[in-house]
Design a protein around this ligand. Structure first.
Ligand SMILES: [Zn+2]
Length: 89
């Protein structure tokens, strides 16, 4: 496996980690980029991670990945709500 693909995979994993389904610790972006997004476990924020990914796979694909993660997060949050509701009745 190429080193660059490992970097891509790691960045994708980090981006996904910005969307936890359970309470998680967030802090300042370790790059102190000042773009206002909090970073999971005080690593890089979502914007910085997407920038890094863009430099490897291009902006269009990295945005596409981010949108997919956001969509998955939306669906999972919705599933969680449905299950929470059904366990209360
Ligand atoms: Zn940042």
């Amino acid at each position: 496996m190429s080193d660059n693909f490992q970097k891509v995979e790691h960045l994708c994993y980090q981006i996904k980690r910005q969307y936890p389904l359970w309470p998680s610790t967030f802090g300042q972006c370790s790059r102190e980029c000042g773009r206002g997004k909090m970073a999971r476990g005080s690593g890089l924020c979502e914007d910085c991670l997407v920038d890094e990914l863009s430099s490897l796979v291009g902006e269009r694909l990295s945005k596409e990945y981010l949108n997919t993660i956001k969509y998955e997060f939306e669906l999972l949050s919705h599933f969680k709500e449905i299950m929470d509701d059904s366990s209360q009745s």
